[in-house]
Write a new protein. Structure first.
Length: 253
């Protein structure tokens, strides 16, 4: 088939125009390339027993949760926490904690099977004690052994200190702290448990001395327990970790 000269001229003109158009289309500038998203801050949850950012005092705290099954009101719980903090403050000789109901470190009393088991054991112990006068000595001792076998010493954690450290890209560091308490026998035991976790918040780990507030393992249960107190091993560990606490306390005001 023959193509007439006018049509051939028109086709060549269109092709030439398209070729020119593609060659003159602007290329994207190098500085218009999309920038990569900013790096997310690193969130680290330390596996250590004590805080990875120790000695930051005064440490604020607040009661953030108190399950009604414990049978406590908030003023009572706050009073016990103040007494727990005072154990450390009296031993060191300076303020270490502060009650801040708005922004303080949350202390959460969370009721679960651990406290339910403690409550049931204490109820049965009270019933057995009331029956002491009506039971023969051998029968009483037999029932006491049965109760001890039914409720062996609880090795589950009574409480836990938790924190998360966030390291920002510019070098900034923030730390969020939390104490959760799940089990205690009475207010004296709650004071002991709270003081132990406050020690972790200061940065202390466990010590091996059985007479120390920061001893590892489950807290002792039962009658005849002494009131909680900061022991020499606790103070030695805290002095080694936070020598500035004593230095600042001894400076003239």
């Amino acid at each position: 088939m023959k193509i007439s000269l006018p049509w051939l001229t028109a086709i060549l003109a269109v092709c030439g125009f398209l070729l020119w158009l593609s060659s003159t289309r602007p290329k994207p500038a190098a500085d218009t390339l999309p920038t990569p998203p900013a790096a997310e801050p690193d969130r680290v949850e330390p596996p250590t027993e004590g805080s990875s950012m120790p000695c930051q005092v005064p440490l604020p705290w607040r009661i953030a949760r108190l399950d009604e099954e414990f049978g406590l009101d908030v003023p009572t719980a706050e009073a016990v926490l103040r007494e727990a903090a005072a154990l450390w403050e009296t031993a060191v000789g300076r303020p270490l904690f502060a009650h801040d109901p708005e922004t303080g470190m949350p202390v959460r009393l969370v009721y679960d099977q651990r406290q339910a088991r403690t409550d049931e054991r204490r109820r049965l112990e009270a019933e057995l004690e009331r029956s002491r006068e009506t039971l023969a000595s051998a029968d009483f001792e037999a029932r006491a052994r049965e109760l001890a076998e039914l409720f062996p010493p609880d090795t589950a954690e009574a409480a836990v200190y938790r924190e998360a450290v966030v390291r920002e890209g510019a070098g900034g560091v923030t730390v969020s702290r939390e104490i959760r308490i799940h089990r205690f026998a009475d207010l004296d035991d709650l004071r002991r448990v709270a003081a132990h976790e406050l020690g972790h918040a200061l940065g202390l780990g466990h010590v091996s001395d059985a007479a120390s507030l920061m001893r590892g393992g489950p807290a002792p249960e039962g009658r005849g327990q002494t009131s909680p107190a900061v022991g020499p091993a606790d103070l030695d560990r805290l002095r080694a970790l936070c020598p500035g606490l004593w230095g600042e306390a001894s400076r003239p005001g």
